[in-house]
Ligand binder design. Structure first.
Ligand SMILES: [Zn+2]
Length: 294
């Protein structure tokens, strides 16, 4: 009897501390109000071949199944990690199979969960050299256009920097790194071939090309010229990329509709759109020109 009573009290104490779970510094919520919008529920789905989506209505996270384990692209916010790992399990895999985590940009909304995902999997995190430096310190880049409002996030330890154009190999899959700076100077997009039998498509996971800055920081400022130059080079690159299907780090407005159609049929494939990357860059380019004129 006594033992039961003690157990009941300690359980109640734990529940009072929050959901009965011990505090985990790597999954503490960041910006919970904005994150609620990004984390709109989305079931895990096979996009094409060995490529899956394990992210959310407002944040994409991709999973590639190779012959030597899994590759994850981006990690959302820390509070999303448990959900991402559940989705990986629902697809029949385990977080322990993740060997590489590729990062598109060192901002908390796409990289906040990476430290926890890397710890839980043992994976190596891969990013551009400038992004790797910021991932290591968990954000806080004073030169970032959004420095004025960005949140810090858990720093990543096991990192490897790759160069623009480098191919990252795991088993039978090679992912190409495409430097697409502008939104951050370390932003990187990733592309790979995904096959269903002989039906192979080039899939691009594109970093954000959003020309957004905190109050008072202006792209038109001559001191910020290198961001504008970087953006213009990136727009041209993304427009010219081989790209059969686009996964943008923040899903496009039409993605929800595409996913609904994909749940019914993959012929024709709702995500198959040879103009997707070109349109994505063209829209970002128009946004930058508008910002420069204002
Ligand atoms: Zn960002």
């Amino acid at each position: 009897m006594r033992k039961v009573a003690v157990l009941a009290i300690s359980l109640a104490g734990m529940m009072a501390m929050g959901a009965g779970k011990p505090d985990d510094p790597l999954t503490r919520p960041i910006a919970p109000d904005s994150a609620k919008r990004w984390l709109a529920p989305q079931p895990p789905v096979r996009l094409h071949g060995q490529t899956y989506l394990v992210g959310f209505g407002g944040l994409n996270v991709a999973l590639i199944h190779t012959s030597a384990g899994l590759i994850l692209i981006d990690g959302a916010v820390p509070q999303a990690v448990e959900d991402i790992e559940v989705k990986i399990r629902q697809l029949g895999f385990s977080i322990k199979q993740v060997k590489l985590i590729l990062s598109t940009e060192p901002h908390f909304d796409h990289a906040g969960g990476i430290a926890a995902l890397a710890r839980d999997s043992g994976a190596t995190v891969i990013a551009s050299a400038p992004a790797a430096a910021i991932l290591r310190q968990g954000g806080g880049d004073p030169e970032d256009p959004q420095a004025g409002w960005l949140e810090r996030f858990p720093g990543v330890t096991k990192l490897r920097a790759v160069r623009d154009g480098e191919r990252v190999r795991l088993g039978d899959v090679a992912v190409t790194a495409h430097g697409t700076p502008g939104h951050t100077l370390g932003s990187m997009s990733w592309s790979w071939k995904s096959c269903e039998g002989k039906d192979c498509r080039t899939i691009v996971f594109a970093a954000s090309l959003n020309p957004i800055a905190a109050d008072g920081w202006r792209f038109a400022d001559p001191a910020h010229r290198r961001f504008v130059d970087a953006f213009r080079t990136s727009f041209a690159r993304v427009k010219a990329m081989p790209c059969d299907m686009l996964i943008a780090s923040h899903p496009r407005d039409s993605d929800a509709d595409r996913l609904a159609r994909l749940a019914k049929t993959s012929t024709p494939h709702p995500f198959a759109d040879p103009a997707a990357c070109r349109d994505y860059a063209t829209r970002a380019e128009a946004a930058l020109e508008k910002t420069l004129q204002e």
